[in-house]
Design a protein around this ligand. Structure first.
Ligand SMILES: Nc1ncnc2c1ncn2[C@@H]1O[C@H](COP(=O)(O)OP(=O)(O)OP(=O)(O)O)[C@@H](O)[C@H]1O
Length: 567
């Protein structure tokens, strides 16, 4: 199959070679030499090559379809098997729709990548056969443009994914809110609903801006790789002519650059930029275990978050099965030492994927103990702690992490900033991704102050807040979907704290638990867990103001005395 694809592509790319070459010959040996017949014959040869290429293109489509269809079939089989296993027709229809998107985008990726490779080879061979000196003018900017584009590809996919997730989250939120506007007004919840919708809009705006910023890199790649060679050919024309390049070869070279390389690079940059990132998103959704259609991509945190002691895991008839929650604690009892008083006693908590929970309570009540249990650092005496349906394990276990814990005291080691940030990843993090994470969390000013990702960090010379920003960005770059911020922003000012928390909350599919030390931090969460020994309660800010005297006290104290910002 690949051989056939290659063969038809060669026929298609033959046009690239022949058109530039024939143009050069038509001028040099034909029209400029006063021999119009020869010139016309060369132009005729170019015309024939175009016809042959058109036939080749038709065949290429057939082979690409034959290549992509089996992939589609395999995906359909996997999706149907899952749908049957989980007896969920709704999820099945959503997933089969995504299989079609995967097929189309895969075909697009194969087409543009293949076309660029064959066109580039055809054009470069053509340039070499006209005059090898032409390669010295065209190849360096072309390579630079391709390298620039390749460097931004992963960051582009991540930002596209973040944008799609934010877009879906907003659509889902609006889909829930708009039909219920009368109820919202009747229950006086306008402000809270407006806040939630506003946050979703803000999140989408941020992801759209981040995506657009990276779009400039695409334009730059195109300008450097596609347009600069044409400019260089014109600028160096006198020098090229002096060194034996004929006028016809110069015109042929311009044809290669403007008619073949520029359009092929343009297709690659735009095709891979959009199809490639869509394909990544869709494939990830199709290969995760839980059913996830566009309408369930980022479940609303408040929809199924269940406070302590009120688990509802039974399936209602006709409803989709609930995916495994990001976190579930069932009957957890924990004490420090066999004779110690239990810090948690028969404690239950369920948090869905994408949920955002704030934990508040008086000092020494067990908030850090809870995060330690969730992170797998502590083991319950009784009960279970599960993440995405699996028991949590200590962080050193040789398996992909499900949770990342950022404690109050941030750890920064001597080394480069990039090494510090990539600490929780098993491979080096591409610079584009690193910069995007720094931008999202709010580390960019410090990164610039230090001199970029390659700058060496002296931990003792950083303020506590700066160390926290580094630790937060490191955790943001970690692939663990469940982030635990245990007063991890206490040395940041409220705006910086809000930015970092929002960045974590906006991670596609990311789930967030924040041990809050400011009222603003608690209010940002969809649900708040008030730990008060035996009287642990969970609810929204408004519900807790009504139902929990402790929460009223805490909220009152926080409002009256904003938390200090130690340096
Ligand atoms: N390593 C330990 N050994 C023994 N007891 C401990 C240990 N760590 C915490 N405790 C006790 O467990 C209880 C809960 O502590 P924890 O640190 O979880 O509370 P917290 O709510 O996070 O407090 P804070 O807000 O002050 O950080 C406290 O009584 C504490 O003294």
């Amino acid at each position: 199959m690949l051989v056939r694809l290659g063969a038809w592509s060669v026929l298609e790319a033959g046009q690239t070679f022949v058109v530039g070459y024939a143009l050069a010959r038509a001028l040099d040996t034909g029209f400029l030499a006063g021999n119009a017949r020869t010139g016309l014959l060369w132009l005729g040869a170019a015309g024939l090559a175009v016809c042959a290429a058109a036939y080749g293109t038709g065949r290429v489509y057939g082979v690409v379809a034959a290549l992509v269809e089996p992939v589609r079939d395999r995906l359909v089989r996997a999706v149907v098997a899952r749908g049957v296993r989980e007896a969920d027709a709704g999820a099945l229809s959503g997933l089969t729709q995504q299989v079609e998107i995967a097929r189309d985008t895969l075909a697009g990726v194969v087409m543009v990548t293949r076309s660029f490779l064959f066109t580039a080879v055809g054009a470069l061979i053509g340039l070499c056969s006209l005059a090898p000196l032409l390669l010295a003018v065209v190849v360096p900017p072309l390579l630079a443009g391709v390298a620039l584009f390749a460097a931004t590809l992963r960051a582009l996919a991540r930002r596209q994914e973040a944008f799609l997730a934010a877009d879906e989250a907003l659509a889902q939120e609006l889909g829930a809110v708009v039909p219920a506007l009368r109820d919202v007004t009747a229950s006086g919840a306008e402000e809270r609903v407006a806040d939630t919708v506003g946050e979703r809009i803000e999140a989408e705006l941020r992801t759209a801006r981040a995506l657009a910023r990276l779009g400039t890199a695409r334009v730059a790649a195109l300008a450097v790789g596609g347009e600069l060679p044409a400019v260089l050919l014109l600028v160096t024309a006198p020098w090229l002519l002096r060194h034996g390049v004929t006028p016809g070869a110069l015109v042929g070279a311009l044809a290669y650059v403007t008619q073949s390389l520029l359009p092929a690079l343009n297709n690659l940059v735009h095709g891979l930029g959009t199809s490639g990132s869509r394909l990544t998103v869709v494939l990830r959704r199709l290969t995760v275990r839980r059913p996830e259609g566009p309408e369930t991509a980022t479940p609303l945190p408040s929809a199924s978050e269940v406070p302590s002691g009120a688990r509802t895991t039974e399936r209602e008839p006709g409803r989709r099965p609930q995916p495994s929650p990001a976190l579930s604690l069932a009957g957890v009892t924990f004490a420090y030492g066999p004779a110690g008083e239990p810090v948690l006693d028969d404690f239950d908590l369920t948090l869905p994927e994408g949920g955002h929970l704030a934990v508040v309570g008086p000092s020494g009540i067990g908030k850090s103990t809870l995060t330690g249990l969730v992170a797998g650092l502590l083991t319950p005496v009784r009960g279970s702690v599960r993440s995405y349906g699996r028991p949590v394990r200590p962080p050193e276990a040789a398996a992909p992490r499900a949770t990342v814990l950022i404690p109050q005291e941030a750890y920064v080691h001597t080394g480069t900033l990039a090494e510090n940030l990539a600490l929780l990843r098993d491979r080096p993090v591409p610079e584009g991704e690193l910069l995007a994470a720094a931008d999202a969390v709010g580390l960019t000013p410090l990164l610039e102050k230090l001199g970029g990702p390659g700058a060496t960090v002296a931990p003792a010379e950083l303020s506590a807040g700066e160390r926290q920003l580094i630790a937060l960005t490191r955790a943001y770059l970690c692939t663990a979907p469940l982030a635990l911020l245990d007063e991890a922003t206490c040395h940041l000012d409220p705006q910086a704290e809000a930015r970092a928390e929002r960045a974590f909350a906006a991670r596609p599919g990311g789930t967030l638990i924040v041990v809050a030390h400011r009222i603003s931090s608690a209010r940002r969460a969809a649900r708040i867990l008030v730990m008060d020994g035996a009287r642990t309660t969970c609810g929204t800010h408004a519900e807790l103001l009504r139902a929990s005297a402790l929460y009223r006290d805490l909220a009152g104290a926080w409002t009256a005395r904003p938390a200090p910002v130690p340096r």
